[in-house]
Unconditional design. Structure first.
Length: 698
């Protein structure tokens, strides 16, 4: 629906409340009950219908006009049903037909499940029949077959798996993912010279540093025959050497840790309640007069133990941003002209990037704007010696300011940034050009954190987002900032060197992301993409961003906003917004890292789920290798470990990571058997979240 004023003009930022008034008793639900209208005034929410074949009614209203109600109706059509499986007895790798009604007419939009394993839909007839290859590794005995259409699952139909081994017939450029709990001794692949990418991985959110040891055995003989000890090849257990933590990263993590403690303290005192109205935005709020002054409490000690009260003057007032500048200014301060240009960038470009992608920030001070505070207190958070050794803090957002009952809270949406200091009087030296170059990417990163805190904690009274997902989304914000300049300057425009991949104005946003992704991939299995605790190293950040980049390519970039505008967090949040299991997503993601842009293969020939659509990472990494004239940077960050029949590879991976193997078969071997297990040959437990993905190379 669209929120509009009396003149039919859209009202961006309007808070819209939704509620189900008919259908809730039979399971009709809303993904959320509060939505902030976008820049076009549109407010959308996902409706999930219940089990009854009737009409559900949803009402929408504005908080300041509760009697003006828009009613939306949704008529439930008959749900999909499964009538039978032909034949009813089958083995892994067999082709069966699923008969029923109201399947999706596009075969690939249906998911065929046999117990917990996913089959491969290869054809369909209208909405009543699907041809499916039974998934590998089904244990012998009764199994329930189902079809998932969108978010709806059919009834189960009882069938029987014989447990007999069948060839897993993968066509070139086709892949599958199988749960490790089922994979002790079952999968058989066509030989005859075929090559396969085999990717063991742990599809889970990592807490701590737990690793899982595994054994990957390949035999040309019958399954169950263990390879001889001489056939063992140990995959090097690569432990990613942590990059030296910069001051900025340590400070950012310390802030997130303190925010967690503050939220728990506020909840324990009963001071944390859902406040959806803070997301609303009045149609027009007058800004304070430029030149007026205000005092702020600014964090002045790295460990969060002290604050400094400062006085700042309003130097710029835009539609979305208020620029306050500390009256205590070192040499080289911004002029009024500088601040107008700088302010326009944030007010007219950078603010919109985050809000369009992630949703509205809160507005607990009801001023209709985000405060941007430039103060040398930020410079002083690091000494000159620290600055030279491990960097400095460019800027930050602190959730304390969004918790009005907490001591030292400024009770508003504030971003803090350093100021120019030509003489290095407060820390190391920073020119105006330095600040203008560094602060924009920091702002879009930290603004996502601010929006996320407001949406998760303040508006919904929930927990703030898991570390890996929160940081990954902030790096997505940086990429979206870079994309703005990529669009503005298509190659070779805007580039000092016409061979540059990115224009000069996008370098500060994009190049660090690509380097982080490169570092994540340098030692597969060593670094988690889903670390919920720890140091959030550059490699971990690279993995989280890379996963979200793939997810946005697959599901559309609107998923980023849905991940933020919710009370859910972590893996559960991803599963809810993607409408599928994290295991299925992660299995295809780790495959796509390698199979996207396979040399000699058109990108369009790779299945959509097994490639990126917005970035060609082989081209990007090759460019990094070309720039490094020393030869130490490879054209692609890793090479899969080779394995052939008669060999067993052993390895170890952390949760949220993967390892890569290139399986080459002999022309003389009609098939090869693959066993994936713990090193002692026992199966993985469900709690290990171990899977293996297999992709047949051309």
């Amino acid at each position: 629906m669209t929120a509009s004023d009396a003149a039919s003009n859209p009202v961006p930022g309007a808070l819209v409340r939704f509620r189900v008034t008919r259908g809730a008793a039979t399971g009709t639900t809303l993904a959320d009950t509060i939505v902030v209208a976008g820049f076009d005034g549109a407010a959308t929410v996902e409706l999930r219908l219940g089990t009854a074949l009737d009409t559900s009614i949803v009402e929408a209203s504005l908080p300041d006009a509760p009697t003006v109600v828009a009613r939306l109706t949704a008529v439930a059509t008959p749900p999909p049903r499964l009538d039978g499986v032909q034949p009813a007895t089958f083995a892994s790798g067999d082709t069966v037909r699923l008969r029923g009604r109201f399947f999706n007419a596009t075969p690939g939009a249906n998911v065929a499940m046999f117990g917990t394993a996913r089959g491969r839909v290869i054809a369909g007839v209208a909405d009543s029949s699907l041809t499916v290859i039974v998934p590998p590794c089904l244990p012998q005995g009764a199994v329930s077959a189902r079809v998932v259409v969108g978010t709806v699952t059919t009834n189960g139909v009882a069938s029987t798996a014989t447990g007999a081994l069948r060839l897993t017939a993968l066509r070139p450029l086709e892949g599958i993912t199988v749960s490790g709990a089922d994979l002790v001794n079952c999968i058989q692949l066509a030989g005859g010279g075929a090559s396969y990418l085999v990717v063991p991985h742990a599809a889970a959110q990592a807490v701590g540093s737990r690793r899982v040891d595994f054994s990957l055995a390949v035999n040309a003989s019958a399954l169950g025959v263990a390879p001889s000890p001489a056939a063992l090849i140990a995959t090097p257990r690569e432990i990613q050497q942590p990059d030296p933590p910069s001051v900025a990263r340590r400070f950012d993590l310390a802030l997130r840790d303190r925010e967690a403690a503050l939220v728990e303290a506020a909840r324990a005192k009963g001071a944390l309640r859902a406040a959806p109205d803070v997301l609303g935005r009045a149609a027009a709020i007058a800004a304070p007069p430029v030149g007026s002054q205000r005092s702020f409490q600014v964090l002045s000690e790295f460990d969060g133990s002290a604050f400094k009260r400062i006085t700042a003057r309003l130097r710029y007032a835009g539609d979305h941003i208020l620029f306050y500048v500390d009256i205590d200014q070192p040499p080289g301060a911004f002029t009024d002209v500088d601040l107008r240009t700088f302010g326009d960038l944030f007010d007219r470009t950078l603010y919109d990037i985050d809000v369009r992608a992630f949703g509205s920030e809160s507005d607990i001070d009801a001023n209709g704007r985000v405060i941007f505070l430039l103060t040398p207190v930020v410079n002083s958070l690091t000494s000159a010696s620290e600055c030279s050794a491990s960097g400095f803090i460019t800027g930050f957002h602190y959730g304390l300011d969004l918790l009005p009952t907490q001591a030292n809270s400024n009770r508003g949406e504030i971003f803090y940034a350093l100021v120019p200091d030509v003489g290095g009087t407060r820390s190391c030296e920073h020119t105006r050009a330095d600040v203008e170059r560094l602060v924009p990417a920091t702002f879009v990163h930290e603004f996502q954190h601010m929006i996320s805190f407001g949406q998760h904690v303040v508006a919904r009274g929930g927990n703030f987002e898991a570390l890996w997902l929160n940081e990954g989304l902030s790096h997505i914000a940086e990429e979206l900032g870079g994309k703005t300049y990529e669009t503005k300057f298509p190659p070779p425009a805007g580039r000092t060197d016409p061979n540059q991949l990115f224009p000069d104005s996008a370098q500060g946003y994009l190049s660090p992301l690509m380097r982080n992704a490169q570092r994540f991939l340098e030692a597969p299995g060593a670094t988690s993409a889903t670390a919920s605790t720890g140091g959030a190293s550059l490699a971990e950040r690279g993995g989280a961003w890379l996963f979200l980049r793939w997810l946005g390519d697959l599901k559309g970039e609107t998923i980023y906003g849905r991940l933020v505008q919710t009370g859910r967090t972590g893996v559960g949040n991803v599963e809810d917004k993607a409408n599928e299991s994290f295991g299925a997503l992660f299995g295809d993601f780790v495959t796509a890292i390698y199979t996207d842009s396979v040399p000699g293969v058109a990108r369009s020939a790779i299945p959509e789920r097994l490639r990126f659509s917005s970035r060609n990472f082989r081209r990007i990494f090759k460019r990094f290798a070309d720039i490094d004239q020393s030869g130490r940077t490879p054209p692609f960050p890793f090479a899969p470990t080779g394995v052939v029949a008669g060999q067993t590879a052993t390895g170890s991976i952390t949760l949220g990571s993967m390892a890569y193997y290139l399986l080459s078969t002999s022309p003389a071997d009609p098939s090869v058997a693959v066993r994936f297990s713990r090193p002692d040959l026992t199966p993985f437990g469900i709690e290990d979240n171990m899977q293996v993905s297999v992709f047949r190379l051309p």
